[in-house]
Design a binder for this molecule. Structure first.
Ligand code: UT7
Length: 331
């Protein structure tokens, strides 16, 4: 008998209706459509405008979409994992609230935070629970309301991020499909380059921190770019090599969408053609934890059982890695 693997058996997604285009950003900060498009590949992003709604709103919508499409009974879900860098509130996990709201009342739940690698790392966690034989249905949701931590007067960050959520259900697979291999890394030296300074235990919120805008994302874009380009390409090439995959064996590259130039560099290094690279950065920008599942949501109809997918991500921390997964169904 083949080893029991953990496969994705359903996906769901959600982005808010409000579109923030490059043209509108031109009226908010000193930028222009040409600069944003050529430097990042982003044309527009979605923003959650509903008052008093946080990341859980997005996560619940994505989970409900998955439940509706797949017909999975929420009562049978064992574990709800929410990958997010923007929890609803600092204490009390967003996942617990989401699980209750979607009717997964028999599940346990918690949040996972690894910046833009949150969903990738969450895939490893979700698959491990299944592979161990301990649980049968794990719902992994990647959701971020990035607009809640972005300074819309800072042109270096406000052009990049957007809001959204995506969900994937992990279940046991007896045919050897699902997660095959992973290579996950982190390096704390990177935290100085991409961070929010205040609101944590080092620098709790104060009048001073608010006045000095220390609750917003700070990014040294150039430094992050350098690390991202080399590390995302390296781990993707490594995972192909150690699984004896040539470029012709890879049906899809599923890369984190931080910058089109980083995605292109990764595809080049892998020798993968552009039509095999999932892209949604032009429509959503960088949605942090939601990026990878939103790609699956957007491309689901094109995926075939047995397809080899290489996931790759790089994010704050630094955190990064790559996962090799065999797709398990035709939709
Ligand atoms: O997802 C988590 C990981 N994050 C990433 O992977 C992001 C990695 N970094 C990047 O994607 C890029 O570094 C950015 C898109 C953030 C910036 O692109 P860049 O080509 O690295 O630009 P830069 O920061 O080197 O800035 C070049 C110039 C500067 O002007 P000077 O100093 O040359 O006069 C900036 O002030 O562009 C200026 N600039 C802008 N101009 C127009 C910066 N932001 C903007 C803007 N519009 N929005």
């Amino acid at each position: 008998m083949k080893k029991q693997t953990a496969a994705i058996t359903a996906v769901g997604g959600y982005v808010p209706d409000f579109v923030l285009s490059n043209k509108v950003l031109e009226t908010m900060v000193d930028t222009n459509d040409e600069w944003i498009t050529s430097r990042t590949g982003i044309k527009e992003r979605r923003i959650l405008k509903k008052e008093n709604e946080g990341t859980s709103y997005l996560a619940i919508k994505a989970a409900e979409d998955l439940i509706k499409k797949s017909g999975v009974d929420p009562l049978e879900i064992d574990f709800v994992l929410v990958a997010t860098a923007t929890p609803d509130i600092p204490v009390a996990s967003t996942a617990a609230y989401v699980a209750s709201q979607i009717g997964a009342v028999n599940a346990f739940s918690y949040d996972l935070q690894a910046a833009c690698s949150s969903f990738l790392f969450g895939m490893s966690t979700a698959a491990s629970y299944i592979e161990s034989g301990r649980y049968k249905k794990v719902l992994l949701i990647g959701a971020d309301k990035m607009s809640s931590i972005i300074d819309y007067t800072d042109r270096t960050t406000c052009i990049i991020f957007g809001d959204g959520a995506g969900a994937a259900l992990f279940e046991p697979n007896e045919e050897g499909l699902g997660l095959q291999d992973e290579y996950l890394r982190s390096d704390g030296v990177g935290r100085q380059f991409l961070k929010i300074d205040a609101g944590g235990s080092i620098l709790p919120a104060s009048e001073e921190t608010i006045k000095n805008k220390r609750h917003f994302v700070y990014q040294d874009g150039k430094s992050v770019f350098k690390f991202a380009v080399s590390n995302m390409a390296d781990v993707s090439a490594l995972i192909m090599e150690r699984n004896n995959l040539g470029h012709e064996d890879v049906q899809w590259l599923v890369p984190h969408q931080a910058n089109k130039r980083i995605i292109d560099a990764t595809a080049n290094r892998m020798g993968v053609d552009r039509d095999k690279v999932m892209i949604n950065i032009h429509r959503y920008g960088n949605t942090t934890s939601a990026t990878l599942p939103l790609l699956l949501f957007d491309y689901e109809k094109q995926l075939k059982k047995g397809d080899n997918l290489i996931f790759a991500a790089f994010g704050g921390g630094f955190t990064w890695g790559s996962i090799y997964l065999k797709w398990a169904y035709n939709s």
